[in-house]
Ligand binder design. Structure first.
Ligand code: ATP
Ligand code: MN
Length: 465
């Protein structure tokens, strides 16, 4: 008999009639009952809710029912009936139960409800079996799907940029080196330095921190492109917002100035948030009730008013005038810390904020230089509870200005020669941004720690599973 997803049953999809005999497969969440009847909550991951299975003990071998423990996998065939019990509309009167896989109650770690997030991280390989992570994983999927949908509908080309790179997008280190050299026995050149000509690619290579530079080449040929893939940063920041391996969405558009860029970013975020509200209401309701009472309201709010746009300098003035005591003192030129960003977003404006025109010293070399000589056309989008969710800019399209800043920073022009060709041949105004997928997931799920919105987090000193 074809097995039916519990989602389809609980949503009473067409063709699933009360009174019909159906088969369901899933994992036992709980079993309770008495000598006459067992109530089994079965979950198959298709929806946060479990389906109640009613098993009359006289119909089944006692040995079989003993194996029905939390975590065991079952195939159940029975009649779908309206439920008398509270909390569910339908249930299954079991006629046949097959235990596909047992789960020793002495050993299966997910016995009780309400494990801490920290504990669940230690058993990240099993935490998908909890309601929390079921919700997070379904939402993660929905967001990934919505992202592709959005860009496809808006004429973007999905471009696959390389993960192994010989260039550093930010010129700022923090990269994981990729090598096949024998670290115990490194080849050396005459001057005693490691001889990378003997390495796999014949030069130093690393895992990418961003697909942007390659993306710009795509945009200046295809018009609008986006990347959506893993990026790697060896930054030693043990915070609830940083991962060493995270996924990034990076659109890059020819003929967009910074305002077009901001308009796109806002429209895009609205679209994916609305998508979650429309397509995953059960998951959001569960997370809202169990974890973050303001979640749904916060998500709905995103659609209600435009993000607050202001310049970095205006932001600094607001911070300077506030009575709030910041750990890092405020002055023009500082890289804003999350305490500053959150003050602007949560206390001052009470909505997402887009800051533009940052001091050039704290931003990447490729950002368009303003006429004032000290700021660049960067834009960061700051969100409640998270801080920076998007970093983007209009790009410097003038070759001489770009070379000027690269020389100021002692950057290696040879390594980026291919990139500079964008400015040599048919350069054009263009813009783009990077959105950290897991930062978006923090916002959409209300989770507090970025380790809890990715299946297998990689952070300093941790690459388990
Ligand atoms: P932060 O200041 O928060 O470290 P950043 O300035 O280094 O961020 P960008 O280089 O602009 O960030 O990267 C673009 C986006 O990628 C950020 O807005 C953020 O959403 C995301 N991001 C950056 N670093 C990480 C990380 N280590 N883990 C998860 N997401 C990240
Ligand atoms: Mn960073």
């Amino acid at each position: 008999m074809k097995n039916i997803r519990i989602y389809d049953i609980l949503k009473q999809k067409e063709g699933i009639e009360i009174g019909s005999v159906i088969n369901v497969k899933g994992w036992v969440r709980t079993k309770r009952g008495n000598s006459a009847v067992n109530f089994i909550a079965l979950n198959d991951g298709s929806i946060v809710h479990s389906l109640q299975i009613v098993a009359d003990t006289e119909k089944f071998d006692a040995e079989l029912l003993k194996k029905v423990t939390t975590g065991a996998c079952l195939s159940v065939t029975g009649k779908l009936v309206a439920s008398m019990g509270k909390g569910q509309s339908v249930e299954i009167q079991a006629e046949q139960i097959e235990v596909l896989g047992t789960a020793d109650p002495e050993k299966y770690p997910l016995q009780k409800k309400g494990h801490s997030m920290e504990f669940l991280r230690e058993i990240a390989h099993l935490r998908f079996r909890t309601n929390y992570f079921g919700c997070v994983m379904r939402l993660r999927h929905a967001m990934a799907f919505a992202i592709h949908q959005y860009f496809n509908d808006h004429g973007f080309v999905y471009m696959h940029t390389p993960l192994i790179t010989g260039a550093d997008a930010e010129g700022a280190g923090e990269m994981f080196q990729v090598t096949t050299l024998d670290l115990e026995n490194l080849p050396r050149n005459e001057s005693g330095k490691v001889d990378y000509t003997k390495d796999f690619f014949g030069k130093i290579t690393s895992l990418t921190v961003s697909g942007q530079l390659n993306g710009e080449l795509g945009a200046l040929a295809l018009g609008k492109i986006y990347t959506f893939g893993p990026t790697f940063r060896a930054e030693n920041s043990n915070t609830p917002r940083h991962l060493a391996e995270f996924w990034m969405i990076e659109p890059e558009m020819a003929f967009y100035d910074i305002t077009d860029n901001m308009d796109l970013a806002e429209d895009f975020i609205r679209y994916v948030v609305k998508y979650a509200l429309e397509h995953n209401p059960d998951d959001l309701q569960f997370l809202n009730d169990m974890f973050d009472k303001g979640l749904i309201e916060r998500l709905q709010h995103v659609d209600k008013e435009p993000f607050q746009r202001l310049t970095y300098s205006e932001g600094i003035d607001i911070l300077l005038q506030s009575k709030h005591k910041f750990e890092v003192p405020v002055k023009w030129g500082i890289d804003l810390q999350s305490e500053h960003e959150r003050f602007l977003v949560e206390q001052h404006f009470g909505k997402p904020v887009i800051l533009t025109d940052y001091p050039k010293e704290i931003k990447a070399f490729y950002m368009k230089q303003n006429d004032d000589g000290r700021t660049v056309r960067g834009m960061d989008i700051l969100f409640p509870k998270i801080g920076e969710i998007i970093g983007g800019s209009e790009r410097e399209s003038d070759l001489d200005k770009l070379l000027g800043i690269m020389r100021e920073r002692n950057m290696n022009e040879d390594i980026l020669d291919w990139y500079l060709d964008t400015r040599r041949f048919g350069t054009a105004p263009h813009s783009g941004f990077g959105l950290g997928f897991e930062r978006l997931m923090l916002f959409v799920t209300g989770m507090a720690n970025i380790r809890d919105v990715i299946p297998f987090p990689r952070t300093p000193q941790n690459a388990e599973f």
